[in-house]
Write a protein that binds this ligand. Structure first.
Ligand code: DX5
Ligand code: ZN
Length: 224
């Protein structure tokens, strides 16, 4: 049976209190810390970058899932791995050569993933499926936390999952944007394994309790 992995997006966390956020995440048993890098160019928003990731890496052993929403990711992926990224995902819509970018991430020692915006067909990723560990399907328009889930994306997850299964490939599907206790069951059933959660998780009064509830829900669902 597949296991759901939860990657918490700190974009919606209390960033002024990052030590407490990290220790709450560790206690809650989250699988990954999702780190959204935005450059104000590839997407209209600017978030945080290398010095912040470096500081987080120095404080935790949590698996660092770095989502690059930047132009020319090839230029930066090696550095992100050197400062602690365990998985680096970059957008197929960026101008970098996908093969070279994947190779650079692997050479530096991390897992590599390709991200698709909602409007990009899942078929565009087919040529790279045997090279990446993860395909991240955006379930909102990249740029901001707290947006509503795009329901059309459930079918996209399912189509990609069917393709991966029928071709004996092993890459995992990650979904990002608008994942909450309602949408989660739909993406899990469709074949997603890594679920990014931002605003939903960090507005819960008790992170550990809600992670427990989510896992229970997923277990029941994946057993059905
Ligand atoms: C959006 C980011 C997401 C975001 C998810 O561009 O890539 O990771 O933080 O946040 P929620 O879960 O609030 O949609
Ligand atoms: Zn993200």
């Amino acid at each position: 049976m597949k296991r759901m992995q939860l990657s918490a997006s700190i974009l919606s966390a209390d960033l002024g209190n990052i030590n407490a956020v990290i220790s709450d995440m560790e206690k809650a048993g989250l699988d990954m810390l999702h780190f959204d890098v935005m450059d104000g160019h590839f997407v209209p928003n600017i978030t945080f970058g290398m010095p912040v990731l470096k500081a987080i890496h120095a404080r935790t052993n949590l698996f660092l899932d770095v989502h690059l929403m930047i132009s020319d990711p090839l230029k930066y992926v090696e550095q992100f791995v050197q400062i602690g990224a365990n998985l680096v995902t970059f957008h197929l819509e960026s101008e970098s050569n996908p093969e070279q970018t994947i190779a650079s991430i692997h050479r530096a020692g991390a897992k590599a993933g390709i991200v698709l915006k909602p409007s990009t067909s899942w078929k565009m990723v087919i040529p790279y499926l045997d090279q990446v560990e993860v395909v991240l399907l955006m379930t909102v328009e990249p740029g901001f936390g707290g947006q509503s889930f795009l329901w059309d994306m459930v079918q996209k997850v399912e189509s990609l999952h069917t393709y991966i299964q029928s071709h004996g490939l092993s890459c995992q599907i990650e979904v990002d944007g608008g994942i909450n206790d309602e949408t989660l069951s739909h993406v899990l059933r469709a074949g997603a394994e890594i679920l990014v959660m931002g605003s939903f998780l960090f507005r819960q009064p008790d992170l550990s309790a809600s992670v427990k509830t989510i896992r229970k829900k997923a277990e029941i669902l994946l057993f059905e």
